[in-house]
Design a protein around this ligand. Structure first.
Ligand SMILES: Nc1ncnc2c1ncn2[C@@H]1O[C@H](COP(=O)(O)OP(=O)(O)OP(=O)(O)O)[C@@H](O)[C@H]1O
Ligand SMILES: [Mg+2]
Length: 268
């Protein structure tokens, strides 16, 4: 498998605060990789450096291809309210394609996400889940070599979230996109991923790079009750706790406590 993305020894510091420290990993062409980590550990910073929104303090990012699209959590701020749905999806193509081609590309992407009938509506006339589908269609219309998603389903209800997860898996299967998704939802990372990158607390370091050994075809009920799914979800949960805790040796700590206690008792 060729690598679509190579991240090598990437670090970023905001002023005094080190957000990410020495991250290295690759994403193969056609892979869907999930990134999980404690809140505030540096996941968005990682995506920002990969997308070029900010320059990393050190390390390198190399992308095999020149098209990159990002889907953010907050769809209400990422769509232009003064443009129709069709206009929003066409927007990133305005410089690269002629009008007729742009239209066709946007219509096609809207049909992939099941929104072929709402092209003339405005974002504010749609539900949250539909707006997020528009944001996904806009990213897909651009035919990105790499699709970056930062907690893309975090602000929709549970049922819509399941639908959007399946939609992502479907478009990815049918159109072969390479995707890197940040999520704080452990179950979602196992459900969606071919691999899961587990990050530690601030500064973010790579704690584990896990392969998800589940069939490509996933099902919201069957997959989530599958033994492999359940085992992997527990493993990620354990790793995340490990990532958050300061490095203490429990045995040593307990011995020290016992010693302190016996000294206190002797003193009395
Ligand atoms: N522009 C900035 N200037 C200074 N510090 C920042 C900036 N952006 C983020 N940080 C800090 O860097 C750390 C990582 O932030 P980041 O947004 O990458 O975390 P995150 O893992 O995406 O968090 P969340 O799970 O809440 O989305 C945080 O401590 C945050 O306060
Ligand atoms: Mg974030």
């Amino acid at each position: 498998m060729t690598n679509m993305l190579e991240v090598a020894d990437l670090a970023h510091t905001y002023g005094e605060h080190q957000a990410i420290a020495g991250l290295s990993f690759n994403v193969g062409a056609g892979e869907l990789v999930c990134v999980v980590g404690p809140s505030g550990c540096g996941k968005s910073t990682l995506l920002r450096t990969i997308s070029g929104l900010i320059a990393p303090s050190s390390g390198s990012v190399s992308l095999d291809g020149d098209h990159l699209a990002v889907v953010f959590q907050d769809y209400s701020r990422s769509l232009f309210p003064w443009l129709s749905v069709q206009g929003n999806v066409e927007f990133p193509l305005r410089r690269s394609l002629r009008r007729a081609e742009r239209r066709a590309r946007a219509r096609e992407a809207l049909s992939w996400v099941g929104l072929e009938d709402v092209g003339r509506k405005y974002p504010w006339q749609l539900s949250g889940g539909m707006q997020q589908r528009v944001a996904i269609a806009r990213a897909l219309a651009y035919r990105p070599s790499l699709l970056l998603m930062d907690e893309p389903f975090a602000s929709v209800d549970a049922q819509t979230r399941f639908e959007l997860e399946d939609l992502l898996l479907k478009v990815r299967r049918e159109h072969g996109a390479t995707v890197l998704v940040v999520t704080h939802d452990i179950d979602e990372s196992v459900y969606l991923g071919d691999r899961i990158l587990v990050l530690s607390g601030s500064p973010a370091r790579l704690v584990a790079d896990l392969r998800v050994d589940l069939p490509d075809e996933r099902d919201q009920i069957a997959t989530r009750t599958d033994e492999t799914f359940v085992a992997l979800r527990s493993k990620v949960a354990r790793l995340l706790n490990l990532g958050k805790a300061p490095t203490v040796d429990i045995e040593k700590w307990a011995a020290a406590e016992r010693e302190a206690l016996s000294e206190a008792l002797v003193d009395r």
